[in-house]
Write a protein that binds this ligand. Structure first.
Ligand code: COA
Ligand code: AMP
Length: 633
C-alpha cells in the first residue's frame, strides 16, 4: 500500500460521499492556467460537467511542465518498431520541441481552438506528435485506426468535419504493406471534401503518388522545417480534447467526446493509484493509438505522469517471434505492461512453455495489466506462471476513458481473483440491475449500470448528437448510465463481467458492431436478409460469423458467395473486422414481431445453455439451424 496508507475502501467511500472534495484534491496534480473552484457542476444535471471554471492545456501538462521541472533530458517516448527493426528515443525536451513545431504546421493550415484534425496514422511517433500538437492548439483530434477501410474513414471525416487530415504513406503489417494514401483519397471523395489539405509523413517502401491521387499535399518534413513553434493555448476544462469513434449497435459509429480537464485529472489519478506509475518509470501499452487504450495509455496517461512511454509497432507473434514482447521489456526496462488477453493467447499458442522467455531478462517487469476483453482464467494463470508477476485485469470502455473496475495497485493492491477485474474504481457508482432497473441479489447476473454523475474523464456527450448520447446511455434506467455489459458482483464486491447485452462484439480486443457488418452484407445483390453474431474463438475471444438467406432464384454457389461477402466486408469496413465466414441458411429464426434471435443463435453456437423464446415465429427454423450453428465452434 502507498506510504500514506489510505485504503481502497476509504478512497472509494470518500469519492462517493464527497465527490467534489475527492476530485478537487485529485485536480491538484494538474498544472492549471486557472485552477477550478468547483468540481462537479450540478446545474447541468443529471450528467453535469467537471471543473467547469478551470482552464488548462493538456499538451502543456503532458510535456512542457516536465521540462520546466528540470526533467527535459528524461526519455518521454521510445518508439520501437519490430517491423523495421528500429528504435528511437525522444526526451521530454525533444518531444516538446517537435510537438510545438508541428502545432505550428497545423496552425499554418488554419487550425485553431475548437477545430478538428483527423489523424490516420499507424504506430509511428508522428501519431503521438500530431495528437499532442492538436491539443496544444486547443483543437480537437479524431484518430482513426489504420485497419478501417475508406468508407469508415469517410463517415468519420464527414461527422468530425476536420480542417486537415494528417497521414502517412502507409502502415506495416506482417504480411503486407498497407498503402494509406489511396484510402485517404477515396475517403475524402466519399466524404465530399476531396480538396481538404492532407499532411503526409513520407515513409519509405510505399508507392502511391499523392499528386496522382488528387490529394492537396502538405509534406510533413518540408512544413516542419519552416514552422513557427506554437505555444500552448489555454482551453476550458470542458472544451473537447478529442473525439474517438467507436462501434455502436447500428452501422453509424459513435463519436465519443473527451473533455480536457476531467481527462487530465482522471488519467493522472489512474497512473499513480491504479497502475503505480510515476515520473521516470517505463510504461508500455501494447495497443494502437486508434483505440481508446492507445489514447489514454500510450499517449496521455504516461506523459501526463512524466513517465516514459514505449510505443510499439509490431505484433506479439511473428515479428519476428513469440519472444517479441519479452525483448521489448528487457531492452527498455519496462516496469509495467498493458496488453489485451488476445496477445497473450497468441504468444501462448506459439510458445506454450514460454521457452523464448529464457532468452531475455524481464526482471524489470512488476505488473502485467490486461483489458479490452475478458481475461480468461487459463490465460490469467499461464501469464502469471511464466512471468511471475501479478496479472491484473481491468474493465472499461471507450466511453469511460479509464477503468470502471480495476485493482488499484498504487493505492492498495487487492487480492486477485481469476475471472474478475476486481472492484469499482473511485467515482463509479456501479450497480447490477435487472431489466426493470431493480438491484439484483449478490451473485446474480444483470445489467451493469453506473449511477450519475459519472466521474471526471468520462464522456459528456457524443459528437454532433447529444440526443443519441441520451438515448443510448441514459434512457434505459433512470439516473444511470448503461454500460452495455452484463455481469455480477460477489460477496466481496468483486465484479465479474460476462459480456455485452447488445450487438457489439469484441474480436482480438477490437470493438465491432455486428449491425455494421450486417448492413454491408445486406448490400450484396444475392442477399435477402442476414444476421451476424459473435461466436467464441479460442484465440481472438470472438469472431464475426454471418448467416445469410439468399434471394429467391439466386443460384450462386455458397463458397463463391462467401468469397464475395468476405471481400465486401473487407472493402467496406476494413481488414480489422476479420470477417471470414458467411454461411447460407434457408431462414433466420425470428420472434413473431420479426426480431432475429441473435442471442439464441450465439448461445447455441457457443454450446451454452439456451431457451428458445416462446415468442418464436416458427420453431422449425431454429431446429433446422441447430447442426449449422453447432458446427461453428
Ligand atoms: N492497418 C491495416 N490492417 C490492419 C491493422 C492496421 N493497423 N491492424 C490489423 N490489420 C489487419 C491485419 O493485417 C489482418 O489482415 P489480414 O486479414 O490480411 O491478415 C486483419 O486486420 C486482422 O488483424 P488482427 O486482428 O491483428 O489479426 P492477426 O491474425 O493478423 O493477428 C494477433 C492476430 C493476435 C497477433 C493480433 O490480433 C493481436 O496482436 N491482437 C492484440 C490486439 C490488441 O492489442 N488489441 C488491443 C486493443 S485495446
Ligand atoms: P472498447 O470501447 O473498445 O474499449 O470496448 C469496450 C468493451 O470491451 C466493454 O464494454 C466490454 O464489453 C469489453 N471489455 C473491455 N475490457 C474488458 C475486460 N477487462 N473484461 C471484460 N470485457 C471487457
Amino acid at each position: 500500500m502507498a506510504s500514506n496508507a489510505v485504503s481502497y475502501r476509504d478512497e472509494y467511500q470518500r469519492s462517493m460521499s464527497d465527490p467534489d472534495g475527492f476530485w478537487l484534491q485529485a485536480a491538484q496534480a494538474v498544472d492549471w492556467v486557472v485552477p477550478p473552484t468547483q468540481a462537479h457542476n450540478k446545474e447541468d444535471s443529471p450528467r453535469g460537467r467537471w471543473f467547469a471554471d478551470g482552464e488548462l492545456n493538456t499538451c502543456y501538462n503532458a510535456l512542457d511542465r516536465h521540462v520546466a521541472a528540470g526533467r527535459g533530458d528524461q526519455p518521454a517516448l521510445i518508439h520501437d518498431s519490430a517491423m523495421e527493426g528500429t528504435q528511437k528515443m525522444y526526451s521530454y525536451a525533444e518531444l516538446t520541441e517537435q510537438v510545438s513545431r508541428f502545432a505550428g504546421v497545423l496552425r499554418a493550415q488554419g487550425v485553431g481552438k475548437g477545430d478538428r484534425v483527423l489523424i490516420y496514422l499507424p504506430m509511428i511517433p508522428e501519431a503521438a506528435i500530431a495528437m499532442l500538437a492538436t491539443a496544444r492548439l486547443g483543437a480537437i483530434h479524431s484518430v482513426v485506426f489504420g485497419g478501417f477501410a475508406a468508407s469508415e474513414l469517410a463517415v468519420r471525416i464527414q461527422d468530425a468535419g476536420p480542417k486537415v487530415v494528417v497521414t502517412t504513406s502507409g502502415g506495416l503489417e506482417p504480411n503486407r504493406h498497407v498503402e494509406y494514401l489511396p484510402t485517404v483519397a477515396e475517403a475524402l471523395t466519399k466524404a465530399g471534401v476531396p480538396e481538404l489539405p492532407v499532411i503526409i509523413k513520407h515513409r519509405n517502401g510505399f508507392t502511391s503518388d499523392p499528386q496522382a491521387l488528387g490529394l492537396t499535399v502538405v509534406d510533413w518534413e518540408a512544413a516542419l522545417a519552416v514552422a513557427e513553434p506554437a505555444a500552448p493555448v489555454p482551453v476550458n476544462a470542458t472544451d473537447p480534447l478529442y473525439v474517438l469513434y467507436t462501434s455502436g449497435t447500428t452501422g453509424a459509429p459513435k463519436g465519443v467526446v473527451r473533455d480536457n480537464g476531467g481527462h487530465a485529472v482522471a488519467l493522472l489519478w489512474t497512473m499513480a493509484n491504479h497502475y503505480d506509475i510515476g515520473p521516470g518509470d517505463v510504461w508500455w501499452t501494447a495497443s494502437d493509438v486508434g483505440w481508446v487504450v492507445g489514447h489514454s495509455y500510450i499517449v496521455y496517461g504516461p506523459l501526463l505522469a512524466g513517465a516514459t512511454t514505449v510505443m510499439y509497432e509490431g505484433k506479439p507473434v511473428g515479428t519476428p517471434d513469440a519472444g517479441a514482447f519479452w525483448r521489448v521489456i528487457e531492452q527498455h526496462q519496462v516496469k509495467a505492461l498493458f496488453t489485451a488477453p488476445t496477445a497473450l493467447r497468441a504468444i501462448r499458442k506459439m510458445d506454450p512453455e514460454a521457452e523464448l522467455l529464457q532468452k531475455y531478462d524481464v526482471g524489470s517487469l512488476q505488473t502485467l495489466f490486461t483489458a479490452g476483453e475478458r481475461l480468461d482464467t487459463d490465460t490469467y494463470l499461464w501469464a502469471g506462471k511464466v512471468l511471475g508477476v501479478p496479472v491484473v485485469d481491468h474493465w472499461w470502455q471507450t466511453e469511460t476513458g479509464w477503468a470502471i473496475v480495476g485493482n488499484p495497485r498504487g493505492l492498495e493492491p487487492l487480492p486477485l481473483k481469476a475471472g474478475s477485474p476486481t472492484v469499482p474504481m473511485p467515482g463509479f457508482d456501479l450497480r447490477i440491475v435487472d431489466g426493470g432497473g431493480v438491484d439484483v441479489a449478490t451473485g446474480e447476473e444483470g445489467n451493469i449500470v453506473l449511477g450519475l454523475p459519472l466521474p471526471p474523464g468520462t464522456l459528456p456527450t457524443l459528437w454532433n448528437d447529444d440526443q443519441r448520447f441520451i438515448n443510448s446511455y441514459l434512457s434505459a434506467f433512470e439516473g444511470c448510465y448503461v454500460t452495455g455489459d452484463s455481469g455480477y458482483q460477489d460477496e466481496d464486491g468483486y465484479v465479474f463481467v460476462m459480456g455485452r447485452t447488445d450487438d457489439v462484439i469484441n474480436v482480438a480486443g477490437h470493438r465491432l458492431s455486428t449491425g455494421a457488418i450486417e448492413q454491408v452484407l445486406g448490400t450484396h445483390p444475392a442477399v435477402a436478409e442476414c444476421a451476424v453474431i459473435g461466436i467464441a474463438d479460442a484465440l481472438k475471444g470472438q469472431k464475426a460469423v454471418g448467416f445469410v438467406v439468399l434471394k429467391s432464384g439466386v443460384s450462386l454457389a455458397p463458397a463463391d458467395l462467401q468469397t464475395e461477402l468476405v471481400a465486401l466486408v473487407r472493402r467496406e469496413i476494413g481488414p480489422v473486422a476479420d470477417f471470414k465466414t458467411a454461411v447460407v441458411v434457408d431462414a433466420l429464426p425470428k420472434t413473431r414481431s420479426g426480431k432475429i434471435l441473435r442471442k439464441t443463435m450465439r448461445q447455441i453456437a457457443d454450446g451454452d445453455d439456451y431457451t428458445v423464446p416462446s415468442t418464436i415465429e416458427d420453431p422449425a427454423v431454429i431446429e433446422a439451424l441447430l447442426p449449422v450453428l453447432s458446427a461453428r465452434t
